[in-house]
Ligand binder design. Structure first.
Ligand SMILES: Nc1nc2c(ncn2[C@@H]2O[C@H](COP(=O)(O)OP(=O)(O)OP(=O)(O)O)[C@@H](O)[C@H]2O)c(=O)[nH]1
Ligand SMILES: [Mg+2]
Length: 258
């Protein structure tokens, strides 16, 4: 893995954007991030995209000191890319770390509200399923699957998070530094559930802020039978383990707010 390890100039908010073939989407999303939060730094984590997204990111970094790039050798999956970005963020001392997809599904315009919410929380989730949140351009079948996955996770894990599979999040430094990130190997949607579950179990406060999630206009969905089965199996196992363990491994319900 080539890591440019550019030094942070003291900016405290880092937006981690993983990319795999996102040439068309990257410039507009970074522009929107800086329009919404001018002081934010952006870390693009590119897995040697065949379409040249990594080179484009380097050009953007050359033109704007707020943009930096972490190059990885090959496609390693979204979870691994985020974990690499989180490690980089911790090493560079960022206090607030955002995860945001490049495809425009996660509106940068909601970032100020999400960061504000961090005064009362340690992890803020940009949520489709709290009042005010919504999904644009999703087939009914996809929404049902997402809602079903969230309902199942909420019941199995007994955490009152409405959108635990959401990928738009703001973490405090303390959360990511306390969790054992080396131990996280979940893929796809399960990565999001895994991180939220670990955050809850470590006693941190989770809050949700409504967002408008817009499905990407170009490209194809990564949703597959494998991703669904992995999430179902792992969530079931975690839920059973917490029930059979101390009996109350989760935190008090009132610590999570929407
Ligand atoms: N670095 C890196 N980024 C990835 C990889 N896979 C996906 N991404 C990025 O992760 C973000 C989310 O991926 P998407 O393809 O949008 O996946 P999704 O949102 O789960 O599913 P759809 O939008 O429905 O396709 C995007 O910014 C992708 O470019 C990967 O293997 N490596
Ligand atoms: Mg997407």
């Amino acid at each position: 893995m080539a890591d440019r390890q550019a030094e942070s100039d003291g900016g405290s908010l880092l937006v981690v954007i993983p990319t795999y073939n996102e040439r068309d989407n990257l410039p507009p999303i970074v522009r929107r991030v800086h329009a919404a939060t001018p002081d934010a730094h952006v870390l693009v984590v590119d897995d040697a995209s065949p379409d040249g997204t990594g080179e484009l990111a380097d050009e953007m970094a050359g033109a704007d000191p707020r943009v930096q790039v972490l190059h990885r050798e090959g496609k390693g999956g979204l979870g691994a890319a985020y974990l690499a970005g989180f490690g980089w963020a911790l090493r560079n001392g960022y206090r607030t770390i955002v995860q945001m997809d490049a495809d425009g599904s996660h509106p940068p315009e909601s970032l100020p509200a999400m960061v504000d919410e961090l005064t009362d929380a340690d992890l803020v989730i940009g949520s489709r399923y709290v009042p005010g949140g919504t999904v644009v351009n999703w087939p009914k079948r996809r929404e049902l699957l997402s809602r079903g996955g969230n309902l199942y996770s909420r019941l199995a894990l007994r955490v009152p998070i409405r959108d635990i599979t959401a990928g738009y999040r703001v973490f405090r430094y303390d959360v990511l530094s306390e969790l054992d990130l080396d131990d996280v190997d979940s893929q796809g949607y399960c990565f999001q559930i895994d991180m939220a579950w670990r955050t809850v179990q470590a006693g941190f406060r989770v809050s949700e802020v409504p967002i408008t999630f817009t499905e990407r206009e170009h490209g194809y969905s990564k949703m597959s039978g494998f991703i669904v089965r992995e999430a179902l199996w792992r969530v079931t196992r975690w839920g059973l383990r917490s029930r059979l363990g101390s009996g109350d491994e989760g935190r008090p319900r009132d610590a999570v707010s929407a």
